[in-house]
Design a protein around this ligand. Structure first.
Ligand code: ADP
Length: 239
């Protein structure tokens, strides 16, 4: 698997507080990697830097050989999905999904075709004329996913996308996201504080604690051979 995303000595401080501490790691093209750790361990900050919303204080962050901060947002080609969906309430579902394309100046006809395809991926084309408030939480989250996929990104960043859903729906969506990852050949960075979710979904999991990676390993590697006490205890909480 070729290396696609690189964190090279990346640190991030807010004031005097270092929240990401000299991280070095690589993610392969097409890999599904979770960032797992307790609240405050730096997961979201890592994702924000990857999305280009925050700049590292030091170090370099590269996607496909280019530093993220040198890429204008329309060239970053990353889809982003957050926990709270962030759909626009006054727009229809189709308008919500079309929004990233409109921002990039894609014309009406191409936009409509892409929106239909993206809604098809989450099997919700029939709801395209509804407003977000007329959809269930699970449906809204699938629309957010569809919107993230509409400009056919290579990388999808997800920040706790399922934590607002009930257990049954969450498990169903875990399978759906895995399936989309496989089918579309996406590179996925998935933030979660849920050990079970990270272990079920990921090719590899980075366990974070206080801005450092305690262990980056396959689910079975983490489970069978935890390298630190923190990892053993954190992963052990799934039992
Ligand atoms: P996690 O996603 O693992 O919960 P975060 O990356 O959100 O962790 O936060 C890591 C630390 O950085 C926390 O202590 C948080 O309060 C702090 N932090 C995050 N964003 C900012 C910001 N914009 N300004 C100041 N502190 C921040």
């Amino acid at each position: 698997m070729d290396s696609f995303i690189h964190f090279d000595g990346v640190s991030k401080s807010f004031g005097t507080m270092k929240v990401v501490d000299n991280l070095d790691f690589h993610v392969g093209r097409g890999e599904f990697v979770s960032l797992l750790g307790p609240s405050g361990s730096g997961k979201t900050t890592l994702l924000m830097m990857l999305a280009g919303f925050e700049a590292p204080t030091s170090g370099a962050l590269l996607v496909d050989g280019t530093r993220v901060e040198n890429l204008p947002s329309y060239k970053r080609n990353m889809g982003v999905v957050f926990q709270n969906y962030a759909l626009f309430p006054h727009m229809t579902i189709a308008e919500n999904v079309a929004f990233p394309l409109k921002m990039r100046g894609v014309g009406r006809a191409r936009r409509d075709a892409r929106v239909a395809k993206a809604l098809d991926l989450v099997r919700l084309g029939h709801l395209k004329d509804r407003k977000p408030s007329q959809l269930s939480g699970g449906q809204q989250q699938r629309i957010a996913l569809s919107r993230a996929l509409v400009y056919e990104p290579k990388v999808v960043l997800m920040d706790e996308p399922l934590s607002a859903l009930d257990k049954q729906l969450r498990e169903h969506m875990q399978l759906e996201i895995r399936e989309l990852h496989r089918k579309l050949g996406l590179t996925v960075i998935f933030v979660t504080h849920d050990q079970g979710e990270a272990l079920t979904m990921s090719d590899r999991v980075a366990v974070l604690n206080l801005g450092k990676i305690e262990q980056l390993d396959t689910p079975s590697g983490l489970y069978d051979r935890p390298r630190t006490r923190f990892v053993a205890e954190f992963i052990g909480e799934t039992n």
